[in-house]
Design a protein around this ligand. Sequence first.
Ligand SMILES: Cc1ncc(COP(=O)(O)OP(=O)(O)O)c(N)n1
Ligand SMILES: Cc1ncsc1CCOP(=O)(O)O
Ligand SMILES: [Mg+2]
Length: 356
Amino acid sequence: MTNKLHSTYRILDASANRACEGIRTTEEYARFVLDDSQLATDAKAIRHGITAALSRLPPGALLQARDTRADVGTTIQLPSEYDRQTTNDVLAAAAARVQQSLRVLEEYGKTIDAQLGQQFESLRYQSYSLMQNVLLQSHCHQRVSRINEARLYLLIECQSDEASTAKQIEQLAESGVDVFQLRDKQATDRELYRHATAAAAATERTNTLLIINDRVDIAAATNADGVHLGQDELPVSAARTILGPEKLIGLSTHDTQQVQQAIEQGVSYIGCGPTFPSTTKSFSDFAGTQFLSEAAQLLEKQPVPAFAIGGITENNLTDVLQTGFERIAVSGAISKSDAPNETAKSLSAQLHAVTN
Ligand SMILES: Cc1ncc(COP(=O)(O)OP(=O)(O)O)c(N)n1
Ligand SMILES: Cc1ncsc1CCOP(=O)(O)O
Ligand SMILES: [Mg+2]
């Protein structure tokens, strides 16, 4: 074997191993984090495709060329290779590894035979769509687990400018707010769009969620996590058509029949109320704590995250918790407080004390 061919085989061997390891890492994520058998099967098919492509080479050629002890690359390590905080960091690193190594396989493969290069090119394209689907599913999965874990949900308006909206989110996220809903009935479309864009960046930085009130279009056009709909607004199915499978859809409910229908429509969460008279919205009828108790019972058998809403404050939170609800959505309690961050901390602590 010529020296040139020997080096090429070493490159193909190392890159095939890296690609297969990266795909295997993705496959485990699809299988054990996402519980998605189709994505796990797609990943496996790409791994097998790599093995099939390499079978065009003389049997044992790659193994014979392997010389790990003489490989100068095994000792080159960057601090970033050890920086993995979450399973998503692992997935992102694996995705980058797969794409780089398939490109290397494609380029060096071409020097051996054009068809080998083509096979790796096709596997690289397959890996792009696999990674895209896994990442989309992973976003969706993260949103669903965040809304499940959320306890304190805050409705906010656009502040004087986008930076102030973002700052408000950052401070209140630090104080325990898990979900922010941008609800501003006065803002123009352009203002709403700009503030939603800034708010989405702030919720991403703080690992919280951003929901847009009423406006499916703004939720779709920005990086928001979803939309909140009322009973007279766009049907859930229509919002789902616009938003696709990965965004959250919340629905307001005022009686148990609406709760049952919301569950059947596959909403991501529900708002239940109004519970008490509110300082930010006026109502003629109140579903009250009786409705919360009935809804809590219904939700025991068909769990969907549910947030009690309407006039909830530190003073009446115990009445809400007694109904079996463990999540609340508020506006006035925090936005009209003299010390919004302290109020948010106190509400969050009380809510977490119930479930911990
Ligand atoms: C979490 C949550 N629950 C209920 C509502 C009320 O929504 P809706 O009935 O559509 O009324 P408006 O907010 O649009 O006035 C909500 N916004 N959020
Ligand atoms: C939008 C909305 N829907 C029911 S109450 C309410 C306003 C927010 O609630 P509060 O200010 O009373 O906490
Ligand atoms: Mg509405």
